[in-house]
Design a protein around this ligand. Structure first.
Ligand code: BGC
Length: 715
């Protein structure tokens, strides 16, 4: 390969319809392009491959990339919603469907999974993330990689995955997208890097460097991340792509004076391929000629890219025949989307068993709100190729489900979720007054979350809270179904509704899933993958916080209204809480109610003491004391009481989704190896430290059922 051909492999260009110019074709023919993105017309993709294979001197086929984030045509729930299923099997299946559908367009590389831990619901990209917890995120990261890539990437219908954004992007200050991140190495390793390690262990083909600046060194120029951690420590053999134009942005960050220096920094840090920007093709040759970058380094980087093309079988099969793949949006795909949506919905509140609605007791139901019949909005962010004509909305599905048995009356009430107009509220109140119950479809439309769509106020936008208050006054049962790309602060409507189903953006089949849940055909089983704050000022709030030297407790918390006027200083608790918010969230990580009644009993540890390298089994009994069969996500949490660095008050260490019939009792066991308790301590080495541990099993991170064990060091 000539140097120009090598640099060509490191160059990814935009080939969307508007950008598919003769220039792009010529560059491919000249061997100056290794990958394209954003072309999804299969004939055009095949044509580009033909140019690469037949017209370029070496005939190297192209990587064809696309943001296939939570589905292609058939759209699964947003990734945060998928995380709420706590079900790696359904998440894997969703990625398989997405890969198969994308492959029909000639796509062979998805810019997914996005596995940025996020503890800030203001950040718009939390919608794309697996939430706040490194264990849950790691399990799902592996499942997603397996789903996209299958067992053999050369097989039809599997595509390369790209774990992004490496790393720390989810910690953007104040949740403002693209903002600075400052993460101490210890926290970076114990929290943010873990899902990436899981993706690498699962064989992910590529990683994408983040836009963000990590402790003063933008990820795109970060040698610590890409050389030390990724290559040296993890032995990653795939390739790293920049984010969109992020190489040139190193200059905008103020790290470099010009594009050439940006290229120098990105290449030496280990960004193998540049996405858009073209600064590699314009500057790399000179940097090599000047002796500043060694050709051996370029050879390694090009090999990283070529290995991916070999793994994908592209040299044998560069072209796509869509007819050889299953049909788009076939029954199986839609069923996967329905199941994923069903398991993603979280029942946050259910006062007096307001849900499920009983079809034989109701004559009429009012369906109200901007998201009841919004086929596009229910798909959520990042749906470049999603087909909103396939969407089945809740309004449609409720009508289909109840048929003529219940009179369904519908008023949209607001043109969109942001609207402040209350003009149609009277009409909504009228239908609610005349009905036996009201279902309000509230939340955020898709434009309010996703990349560059952060919010500082995460209440229900527009006049929605006012709509809730007015409907409440009718005295009818009020059920809120909330679709959103993030946790919302629901404090101001919590007491105004009887039940809340939190549905995220549920995707193509959101309607049938929600209708089944509302009317009790199925029981809700989603659990929160992220903490819901009471108010925005509590952020960051997450369950695995540190204890602090002054931990709050119900006894020490005195809220602002209860401060004793006679001795104000003495009356407050001097512990770690907010005077106006306390210290607890509105809804905890792992929370999610059911129509069944699950009780946990008899937690036990198989041993009081284990040696380093041994396994302990923590188990508990789970009983369904309710009258319906349902899934429950059983969760195991652990606390390492003393460490060389302070340890979280609880950490998720295992979870299992189990289905129980009414009256059924099962024992759920979790095996914990001492390696599962390892963390990066003061010396930045991964190790398990001997000592005392607490373990809890239950249905949320707040469970109180606890046992103990001790790890003793051999010597
Ligand atoms: C996003 C990436 C995405 C890329 C390509 C960027 O703006 O940060 O997540 O893969 O665009 O569309």
């Amino acid at each position: 390969m000539t140097l120009a051909e090598k640099i060509g492999q490191m160059n990814q260009v935009n080939a969307s319809d508007d950008d598919m110019t003769d220039q792009v074709r010529q560059a491919i023919g000249a061997g100056r392009v290794g990958s394209v993105l954003n072309q999804v017309d299969v004939d055009s993709v095949n044509e580009l491959q033909r140019i690469a294979v037949e017209e370029s001197r070496l005939g190297i086929p192209l990587l064809v990339g696309r943001d296939v984030i939570h589905g292609f045509r058939t759209v699964m729930p947003i990734p945060l919603g998928q995380a709420a299923t706590w079900n790696p099997d359904i998440v894997r299946e969703g990625a398989q469907v997405a890969a198969r559908e994308a492959a029909t367009a000639g796509i062979n590389w998805a810019f997914a999974p996005m596995i940025d831990i996020s503890r800030d619901p203001r950040w718009g990209r939390i919608a794309e993330s697996p939430g706040e917890d490194p264990h849950l995120a790691s399990v799902l990261a592996a499942a997603l990689v397996e789903g996209y890539q299958g067992e053999d990437l050369a097989e039809r219908g599997t595509i390369a995955a790209c774990a992004k954004h490496f790393a720390g992007y989810g910690a953007s200050e104040s949740g403002r997208d693209y903002s600075t991140t400052n993460i101490p190495e210890n926290e970076l390793r114990n929290v943010y890097l873990r899902p990436f390690k899981a993706a690498v262990d699962a064989g992910v083909v590529s990683l994408m460097a983040s836009f963000s600046d990590l402790d003063g060194v933008p990820a795109t120029a970060n040698q610590f991340l890409m050389r030390k951690v990724l290559r040296e420590e993890w032995g990653f053999r795939g390739f790293v792509v920049s984010d969109w134009d992020s190489v040139r942005q190193l200059g905008i960050h103020g790290l470099t004076e010009n594009d050439r220096e940006s290229v120098f920094q990105a290449v030496t840090a280990g960004v193998d391929m540049e996405m858009a920007g073209e600064s590699y093709v314009n500057n790399l040759e000179e940097l090599i000629d000047d002796g500043r970058i060694d050709t051996a380094m370029i050879d390694t980087m090009v090999s990283n890219i070529l290995r991916a093309k070999i793994r994908l079988g592209l040299f044998e099969n560069p072209y796509t025949d869509p007819a050889a793949l299953p049909a788009i949006a076939n029954d199986e795909a839609l069923e996967t989307a329905r199941k994923a949506a069903l398991q993603s919905v979280v029942l946050l509140k259910n006062e007096h068993r307001a849900l499920p609605l009983s079809a034989n007791k109701l004559e009429s139901v009012a369906v109200i709100g901007p998201l009841a019949d919004a086929p596009y909005e229910q798909l959520g962010t990042w749906i470049f190729d999603g087909d909103s004509e396939l969407s089945v909305t809740p309004l449609q599905s409720i009508r289909d489900l109840v048929g003529d048995d219940i009179d369904i009356r519908y008023v949209r009430a607001m043109p969109n979720s942001r609207s402040r107009t209350t003009e149609s509220f009277a009409e909504a109140v009228e239908i609610a007054t005349d009905s036996d119950a009201a279902i309000l479809f509230l939340g955020e439309e898709s434009i309010l979350s996703g990349e560059a769509h952060s919010r500082a106020d995460i209440n229900l936008p527009g006049a929605q809270a006012e709509l809730v208050r007015r409907i409440r006054k009718t005295g009818k049962p009020v059920i809120a179904v909330i679709m959103a790309g993030r946790p919302l602060t629901l404090t101001n409507i919590l007491d105004e509704v009887d039940a809340i189903l939190f549905a995220w953006h549920p995707g193509t089949m959101g309607g049938p899933a929600i209708a089944d849940l509302l009317f009790g055909v199925e029981s809700p089983s989603g659990k929160l993958p992220v903490t819901f704050p009471r108010m925005v000022g509590q952020i960051p709030i997450y369950y695995s916080q540190k204890n602090t030297g002054k931990p709050p407790s119900p006894d020490t918390v005195v809220l602002i209204d209860d401060i004793d006027a006679r001795a104000p200083q003495l009356s407050t608790g001097m512990t770690a809480y907010h005077l106006d918010a306390g210290y607890t969230p509105l809804f905890a990580f792992g929370h999610g109610l059911s129509y069944a009644e699950f009780d946990y009993e008899n937690i036990r540890s198989s041993a009081q003491e284990i040696g380093m390298g041994d396994t302990v089994t923590i188990g508990a009994e789970l009983i369904n004391n309710g009258v319906v069969a349902a899934d429950e996500v059983v969760q195991l949490y652990v606390r390492d009481l003393v460490g060389s660095v302070t340890r979280p008050v609880r950490e998720l260490k295992g979870f299992k989704r189990v289905r129980l019939e009414p009256g059924e009792r099962v024992t759920v066991d979790f095996e914990l190896h001492t390696d599962d308790l390892a963390f990066f301590g003061r010396n930045m080495q991964l190790a398990t430290e001997a000592g005392d541990f607490h373990a809890w099993i239950g249905g949320s991170s707040e469970t109180g059922l606890r046992t103990e064990f001790r790890i003793i060091d051999g010597d």
